[in-house]
Design a protein around this ligand. Sequence first.
Ligand SMILES: [Zn+2]
Length: 130
Amino acid sequence: MTWDELAAMEPGLAGLAAEVGRIARGAGRDFCANAAWYGYRDWPGIKPRLVHLVGWSRRGRQRAASGDLFAQLTTMAASSRMEARTAAFAEDIAHGLDALWSDEAYDVAYDHLYDLLPDCRACRCVDAIS
Ligand SMILES: [Zn+2]
Protein backbone atom coordinates (compact mmCIF):
# COMPACT_ATOMS: atom_id res chain seq x y z
CA MET A 1 0.00 0.00 0.00
CA THR A 2 1.36 3.43 -0.94
CA TRP A 3 0.58 7.03 -0.05
CA ASP A 4 -0.61 7.71 -3.61
CA GLU A 5 -3.08 4.84 -3.41
CA LEU A 6 -4.42 6.14 -0.12
CA ALA A 7 -4.60 9.74 -1.34
CA ALA A 8 -6.62 8.58 -4.34
CA MET A 9 -9.11 6.92 -1.98
CA GLU A 10 -9.32 9.72 0.62
CA PRO A 11 -9.04 13.31 -0.73
CA GLY A 12 -8.69 14.66 2.80
CA LEU A 13 -5.17 13.23 2.94
CA ALA A 14 -3.97 15.61 0.21
CA GLY A 15 -5.40 18.47 2.24
CA LEU A 16 -3.44 17.40 5.30
CA ALA A 17 -0.27 16.96 3.21
CA ALA A 18 -0.68 20.49 1.85
CA GLU A 19 -1.06 21.79 5.38
CA VAL A 20 2.06 19.93 6.54
CA GLY A 21 3.88 21.46 3.55
CA ARG A 22 2.86 24.96 4.65
CA ILE A 23 4.02 24.21 8.20
CA ALA A 24 7.37 22.94 6.88
CA ARG A 25 7.91 26.04 4.74
CA GLY A 26 6.96 28.35 7.60
CA ALA A 27 9.10 26.63 10.22
CA GLY A 28 11.53 29.05 11.83
CA ARG A 29 14.71 28.49 13.81
CA ASP A 30 12.62 27.17 16.68
CA PHE A 31 10.46 24.32 15.53
CA CYS A 32 8.95 21.30 17.24
CA ALA A 33 7.76 18.57 14.91
CA ASN A 34 5.94 16.85 17.75
CA ALA A 35 4.01 19.96 18.72
CA ALA A 36 2.97 20.41 15.08
CA TRP A 37 2.06 16.74 14.88
CA TYR A 38 0.12 16.22 18.11
CA GLY A 39 -1.22 19.74 18.53
CA TYR A 40 -1.10 22.16 21.43
CA ARG A 41 -3.45 24.73 22.97
CA ASP A 42 -5.97 25.65 20.26
CA TRP A 43 -3.86 24.21 17.41
CA PRO A 44 -5.46 20.86 16.55
CA GLY A 45 -2.28 19.28 15.19
CA ILE A 46 -2.08 16.84 12.32
CA LYS A 47 -2.44 13.44 13.98
CA PRO A 48 -5.80 14.12 15.69
CA ARG A 49 -7.26 14.82 12.24
CA LEU A 50 -5.36 12.04 10.47
CA VAL A 51 -7.08 9.42 12.66
CA HIS A 52 -10.45 10.52 11.26
CA LEU A 53 -9.27 9.79 7.71
CA VAL A 54 -7.39 6.48 7.95
CA GLY A 55 -7.27 3.58 10.36
CA TRP A 56 -9.93 2.19 12.63
CA SER A 57 -11.06 5.63 13.91
CA ARG A 58 -11.89 6.72 10.37
CA ARG A 59 -15.16 8.60 10.12
CA GLY A 60 -15.95 7.71 6.55
CA ARG A 61 -16.20 9.71 3.38
CA GLN A 62 -16.44 13.50 3.36
CA ARG A 63 -20.19 13.67 3.04
CA ALA A 64 -20.47 17.38 2.42
CA ALA A 65 -18.03 17.07 -0.48
CA SER A 66 -19.63 13.96 -1.95
CA GLY A 67 -23.12 15.43 -1.85
CA ASP A 68 -24.38 11.95 -1.06
CA LEU A 69 -27.61 12.83 0.72
CA PHE A 70 -28.58 9.25 1.45
CA ALA A 71 -25.25 8.57 3.16
CA GLN A 72 -25.60 11.81 5.09
CA LEU A 73 -29.05 10.87 6.34
CA THR A 74 -27.92 7.34 7.21
CA THR A 75 -25.19 8.73 9.42
CA MET A 76 -27.45 11.34 10.99
CA ALA A 77 -29.98 8.61 11.79
CA ALA A 78 -27.37 6.51 13.54
CA SER A 79 -28.06 7.16 17.21
CA SER A 80 -24.73 6.12 18.71
CA ARG A 81 -21.14 6.69 17.78
CA MET A 82 -20.66 2.98 17.17
CA GLU A 83 -23.63 2.91 14.79
CA ALA A 84 -22.23 5.92 12.94
CA ARG A 85 -18.90 4.13 12.59
CA THR A 86 -20.59 0.97 11.40
CA ALA A 87 -22.55 2.96 8.83
CA ALA A 88 -19.39 4.73 7.69
CA PHE A 89 -17.52 1.43 7.40
CA ALA A 90 -20.39 -0.19 5.46
CA GLU A 91 -20.48 2.76 3.10
CA ASP A 92 -16.71 2.56 2.53
CA ILE A 93 -17.00 -1.17 1.79
CA ALA A 94 -19.71 -0.39 -0.75
CA HIS A 95 -17.35 2.08 -2.44
CA GLY A 96 -14.30 -0.21 -2.29
CA LEU A 97 -12.62 2.01 0.30
CA ASP A 98 -12.40 -0.40 3.21
CA ALA A 99 -8.58 -0.59 2.90
CA LEU A 100 -8.56 2.90 4.45
CA TRP A 101 -9.59 1.34 7.77
CA SER A 102 -6.53 -0.90 8.05
CA ASP A 103 -3.55 -0.51 10.38
CA GLU A 104 -1.30 -0.60 7.31
CA ALA A 105 -3.12 2.39 5.76
CA TYR A 106 -2.73 4.29 9.02
CA ASP A 107 0.98 3.49 9.26
CA VAL A 108 1.68 4.46 5.64
CA ALA A 109 -0.19 7.76 5.95
CA TYR A 110 1.30 8.50 9.38
CA ASP A 111 4.89 7.94 8.20
CA HIS A 112 4.42 9.88 4.97
CA LEU A 113 2.99 12.97 6.67
CA TYR A 114 5.33 12.93 9.66
CA ASP A 115 8.35 12.66 7.34
CA LEU A 116 7.24 15.85 5.56
CA LEU A 117 7.79 17.81 8.77
CA PRO A 118 11.26 19.26 9.48
CA ASP A 119 13.13 17.75 12.44
CA CYS A 120 12.77 19.37 15.83
CA ARG A 121 15.23 22.17 16.44
CA ALA A 122 15.73 24.29 19.51
CA CYS A 123 12.69 22.79 21.17
CA ARG A 124 12.08 21.21 24.56
CA CYS A 125 11.70 17.67 23.25
CA VAL A 126 15.19 17.80 21.67
CA ASP A 127 16.58 18.97 25.04
CA ALA A 128 14.82 16.06 26.74
CA ILE A 129 16.41 13.47 24.42
CA SER A 130 20.00 14.84 24.47
ZN1 LIG B 1 10.31 18.94 19.43
